[in-house]
Design a protein around this ligand. Structure first.
Ligand SMILES: [Cu+2]
Length: 191
């Protein structure tokens, strides 16, 4: 005996999920921050930036820090290909806003490129690891380009501008001896 089999075609309602991940906010038209800042009238006043250069003065990347809603959105984008070596690079805010080639370590260590920027930045009252200024690793493509957007609430805008200011540093690598090298640096400021 052969049975007649009804083939039921289940109609799968195709839910087209238009990737619902929120896209990064456009930087140009920021909505008004939730009105606590009394001194600054424009949204741009909440943004800091840095231009990163190599020790021999080549411009290699720009960085912006947008402060809103209690955290910072950090964007790092290369402006020239072929300067940064492909691979992973440590990316940190260092404690002193200086980017000087062949400069002395303020702690008395060896001189070297960008050493006068000091150690990794720690926000007031923070002592633990990782330091407040440690950011996500910068991944550089084979063509030497990189683009990173990350977010942190480990410091405020005022923190980064206080005292001797701060600097954003790209290291030669993420592990091993290259991680010690400081290959691109930019003072973080309002410019
Ligand atoms: Cu560093």
């Amino acid at each position: 005996m052969s049975k007649h089999t009804n083939v039921v075609v289940a109609t799968l309602s195709t839910v087209v999920a238009l990737s619902a991940c929120s896209s990064p906010q456009q930087s140009s038209t920021a909505s008004s921050p939730s009105g606590r800042s009394s001194t600054s009238a424009v949204a741009d006043a909440q943004t800091l930036s840095a231009e990163l250069r190599t020790a021999d003065g080549r411009s290699v990347a720009t960085a912006t820090f947008e402060f809103a809603n209690g955290y910072a959105t950090v964007t790092v984008k290369t402006t020239a290909n072929g300067i940064l070596a492909p691979g992973l690079h440590g990316l940190h805010i260092h404690q002193i806003g200086k980017c000087e080639p062949n400069s002395p370590d303020p702690m008395g260590g060896r001189s070297g490129d960008f050493m006068s920027a000091g150690m990794h930045y720690q926000a007031p009252g923070h002592t633990g690891e990782p330091p407040s200024g440690d950011l996500s690793t910068l991944e550089v493509r084979k063509d030497g380009a990189a683009y990173l957007v990350t977010t942190t609430d480990a410091f405020t805008r005022d923190d980064l501008l206080a005292g001797s200011k701060t600097a954003l540093m790209v290291h030669g690598g993420n592990y091993g001896p290259d991680a010690e090298k400081r290959i691109a640096c930019g003072v973080i400021g309002t410019g």
